[in-house]
Write a protein that binds this ligand. Structure first.
Ligand SMILES: [Zn+2]
Ligand SMILES: [Zn+2]
Length: 471
């Protein structure tokens, strides 16, 4: 009946242009498709490689993981785990098995185009045969093929975000397990983004109304953005918590962080990527003592920019090209022609000057740390943003195992999902296999993930996708 209702909505919108009707119809048809796991065998065994479980224990060598249906049922040394009869066997010898990666700050409606505002202009004009929801679906595909099996989308259109999350959960489209915030809750609309991606308030009372409305729309979390007053923070956090939703706040400066701490914000996003001197010791200690997680989003701008200056060829990477429809690839190539002068990078010199002291300050604080990317922003691609972020944390002093733990188990805790983020019996089988030893290779091997399994379904095998680009 659901499909009929969706089609009914399309009929009702008969005044819409044919193109818009098409945009609505495609997800409706996808709803009628069979779940992707319909053909999967019941039991799969991954065996022979090293296991990084996501728990704070040393890796296990020559390990075996048994997956039945969508869950892990047994994990241990290969010599001690019996392989069930009839199981599909994936030989992981000489490789590393680890939990699927989770991005604690993504924007699936962007794909790394050289300018945020021009991206949405392109989507309104030349690229208008793509809906926002289709772009999100493309990003989800790119993430999944790169080993990202979970993500929190912190800023987008509510209806499209909720729809995509539900279709991924139903198993009808590929993508990471999603939590979505829908629009930025803010005092000023975010210039260049679609109107639906900002929810603008002019009083704390309006902030509460926005939170209640978003909760009814079905979003998972609230994303606070810029310019909010202290009273806004208190009113919005109280309303979100009353609805059982966590609040993620977009924070750069210390006064905003102060308000967010006092009001009870659950996750502090972007701290440590401010392009300004380090925070006071007092506030950093307070955040660390609160056990409330920070998500630095350090690599976007501050590392992506100089890395792209040093190796602009990364923008033409054939591995990236394979993850885009030809016309979007052509459009983003065009968008890179002017990128160093893009307004997004107008404060890049200060951001680079302060990047390392800020990140080091938070690492030294031992604050609980999730790992997120702000992916989709200029040159910050969905397929490599998370691995770049992880590498920055290693370069600035964390061990690869600590960073893997934060990108898997800690991010799962931030999502409030206890059954992902580690490889243990009972967990969802969200598992990736990477060549060699990512610890020794300081995570570089994550760039060439060989196997991606989510909920027991294999999306990538022997380094190749098992399903095609969505369109
Ligand atoms: Zn943000
Ligand atoms: Zn963001």
């Amino acid at each position: 009946m659901m499909g009929v209702n969706r089609l009914g909505e399309v009929m009702k919108g008969g005044r819409l242009l044919a193109r818009s009707a098409c945009r609505l119809l495609m997800p409706a048809l996808a709803l009628l498709a069979a779940p992707l796991h319909a053909q999967e065998p019941d039991t799969t065994v991954l065996t022979g490689g090293m296991l990084i479980s996501g728990l704070s224990v040393p890796p296990l060598h020559d390990a075996t993981i048994v997956v039945r249906g969508e869950r892990i049922v047994e994990v241990g040394p290969a010599a001690e785990v019996a392989i069930p009869e009839g199981a599909r066997i994936i030989d992981t010898s000489g490789q590393t098995m680890m939990p699927g990666l989770i991005d604690a700050h993504a924007h699936l409606f962007m794909v790394g185009y050289g300018s945020e505002a021009h991206w949405f202009e392109w989507l309104e004009g030349e690229g208008s045969h793509y809906s926002i929801e289709q772009i999100m679906e493309l990003s989800g595909y790119q993430m999944l093929m790169s080993g990202v099996t979970g993500a929190i989308d912190l800023g987008g259109n509510a209806v499209e975000s909720v729809s995509l999350r539900n279709r991924i959960d139903a198993g009808t489209v590929p993508g990471p397990r999603l939590q979505v915030s829908g629009p930025l809750v803010t005092r000023r609309a975010f210039g260049g983004f679609p109107d639906d991606a900002s929810a603008v308030l002019s009083s704390p009372k309006e902030g509460v109304e926005i939170v209640n409305r978003l909760h009814r729309t079905g979003v998972d979390v609230i994303k606070l953005h810029a310019g909010l007053t202290r009273d806004d923070y208190f009113a919005i956090v109280e309303a979100a918590h009353a609805n059982g939703m966590k609040v993620h706040a977009h924070l750069y400066d210390e006064p905003a962080l102060r308000n967010a701490i006092d009001a009870g914000v659950d996750v502090f996003q972007h701290v440590g990527s401010a392009g300004m001197p380090t925070y006071s010791d007092e506030i950093v200690k307070e955040v660390a003592a609160s056990y409330r997680p920070i998500v630095l989003t350090a690599a976007h701008r501050s590392w992506i920019y100089p890395d792209t200056v040093a190796f602009p060829e990364r923008l033409q990477d054939p591995a990236a090209k394979a993850l885009f429809p030809a016309d979007i690839w052509e459009a983003i190539q065009h968008s890179f022609e002017e990128w160093p002068s893009e307004a997004y990078f107008s404060r890049i010199d200060r951001q680079i000057a302060f990047r390392s002291p800020q990140v080091k300050q938070w690492i030294a604080s031992n604050a609980v740390m999730g790992v997120g990317t702000d992916s989709g922003t200029p040159m910050n691609f969905n397929h490599d943003g998370l691995i770049r972020e992880m590498k920055v944390l290693v370069d600035e002093g964390m061990s690869p195992l600590e960073v893997i733990r934060d990108t898997t188990r800690v991010n799962a805790q931030i999502m409030g999902m206890r059954d992902i983020g580690t490889i243990e019996p009972g967990q969802y089988a969200d598992i990736i296999v990477v060549p060699g030893d990512p610890v020794y290779a300081e995570l570089n091997n994550l760039f060439s993930v060989q196997v991606v399994m989510k909920g027991g379904v294999i999306y990538k095998l022997d380094g190749a996708p098992t399903i095609p680009l969505p369109f």
